[in-house]
Design a protein around this ligand. Structure first.
Ligand code: PFF
Ligand code: NA
Length: 435
């Protein structure tokens, strides 16, 4: 394995991992989930879920990846626990599953960019986008989006993923900041902010049982956990990095971009009194698109906004593709290029139902959120917390310098709060899935 690829620098790893985390989840899901589930009340739930469950779980994945420098499946064998390879397999499967419909959204976004640039939807956005969100056009979009991702991953870890995310991630943050500053000048900005964040305790009282699995599921999705992405990315780093510091930077940046997205989206919607309808997976984009025609510089604004969404989607999708490619590179004699292409075709086929019919899309997403993600994270936590145990703490301590004392606290948390939280999430989620 001496010729195994690595990141060129610590910054390269950080930007790639942030690129994986910051994605459609932050822009397309988080602001609306927050606004419609109690605003600041949901935000608090979500932050607790991210800090208490997401962050420790991310460290668990880093530990597995960095200790072994192997793909997410063989990492378990490398650690001496062959039977646990199935847990890595579940992660790879979950990543593949999620990516199959994530690509479909990526395809939509490209269509929105095109429509903004040409002004094609400026007459009737609902009708225009209704026609493209499923069926042949969605299939074409999905294929094009996949082609871009395959192209980047095929080039390699350092020359493809690292170089691409080094440009993409700073662009996302800067453009978001720019847009957030610009929308403060809009008429309805104040109403937008308050729609986003004003606390509403009635939703909390009405949906307490839903809110926990919802917030925890969102935390996993947004941090790219449970899909072997963070195991894979951390398998390309060295022992001199502080995992808690890296994890902290990723978590904070990811949360910041989600909040920023809300600060961009709602002032725009309220500037022109678009009702923030959230029914259906593409409703959010349609709402945004119906605002742009009425704003000064609407075409440009549309291109920039959807452009940021696209960059965020690509930098996330490539991490999931890399998960599967990495397994193939370690286990077959195929080249990275052929593997990327073959897996791209497989993803295209698996994504066809979601691209063809929104009902399938919803089914794929629900199953990911309520079953695959929490189950995958739970098994990883049990493995790291109870099987690896003190070895995990030793690995966590590598490169942490002054933070050494954090190790045992982390292990204690994983074994108690974190695992119980995920079990609760899984139970509540399954209950709503099957009852
Ligand atoms: N974290 C990404 C987001 O918030 O959009 C989604 C995602 C990317 C999930 C990569 C999983 C993954 F491995
Ligand atoms: Na995210």
């Amino acid at each position: 394995m001496s010729d195994r690829e690595t990141w060129a620098s610590r910054l390269g790893f950080l930007l790639a991992a942030i690129g994986s985390a910051v994605g459609l989840g932050n822009i397309w899901q988080f602001p609306f989930k927050t606004a419609t589930n109690g605003g600041a009340v949901f935000l608090v739930f979500y932050l607790v879920a991210v800090l208490l469950i997401g962050f420790p779980a991310m460290l668990a994945e880093f530990i597995i990846g960095r200790r072994t420098n192997r793909n997410a499946v063989d990492a378990f064998a490398e650690l001496g626990f062959k039977q646990w390879r199935v847990v890595g397999g579940l992660g790879v499967f979950t990543g593949f599953w999620i990516l199959s419909y994530y690509n479909v959204v990526g395809g939509w976004v490209m269509r929105y960019i095109l429509g903004s640039a040409t002004g094609a939807y400026f007459g009737n956005s609902a009708e225009y986008f209704g026609a493209i969100s499923s069926g042949p056009e969605a299939v074409a979009g999905q294929a094009l989006f996949l082609l871009i991702c395959v192209g980047i991953v095929a080039v390699g870890v350092e020359d493809g993923i690292e170089k691409a995310t080094k440009v993409m991630v700073p662009s996302i943050v800067l453009l978001m900041l720019g847009m957030a500053a610009w929308v403060t000048t809009l008429e309805g900005a104040g109403a937008g902010y308050s729609y986003f964040l004003s606390p509403d305790f009635s939703t909390l009282a009405a949906n307490a049982g839903d809110l926990i699995p919802f917030a925890v599921g969102q935390a996993f999705f947004t941090l790219s956990l449970g899909m072997a992405a963070m195991i894979t990315y951390s398998s390309y780093i060295g022992d001199d990095e502080s995992l808690p510091v890296d994890g902290g930077i990723i978590v904070v940046t990811n949360t910041m971009v989600g909040v920023l997205a809300g600060l961009v989206v709602f002032p725009i919607l309220f500037a022109i009194n678009v009702s923030p309808d959230t029914s259906g997976p593409s409703a959010i984009f349609v709402a945004m698109a119906s605002a742009f025609p009425q704003l000064p510089g609407g075409r440009l604004l549309g291109v920039v906004f959807f452009g940021v969404v696209l960059i965020a989607a690509i930098s996330s999708a490539i991490s999931l593709l890399e998960v599967a490619v990495s397994y193939g590179v370690d286990n077959t004699s195929y080249s990275r290029v052929s593997l990327s292409a073959m897996l791209g075709i497989g993803l295209f086929v698996l994504g066809l139902p979601s691209a063809w019919d929104l009902a399938w899309f919803g089914w794929f997403d629900t199953l990911a959120y309520k079953l695959f993600l929490p189950l995958s994270v739970l098994l990883i936590l049990v493995f790291v917390g109870w099987v690896l145990s003190s070895d995990a703490v030793a690995e966590l301590r590598q490169g942490t310098g002054g933070l050494r004392a954090f190790g045992p606290t982390w292990l204690w948390m994983v074994r108690t709060v974190v695992i119980l939280g995920v079990i609760l999430t899984l139970a509540l989620g399954l209950q709503t899935l099957f009852l």
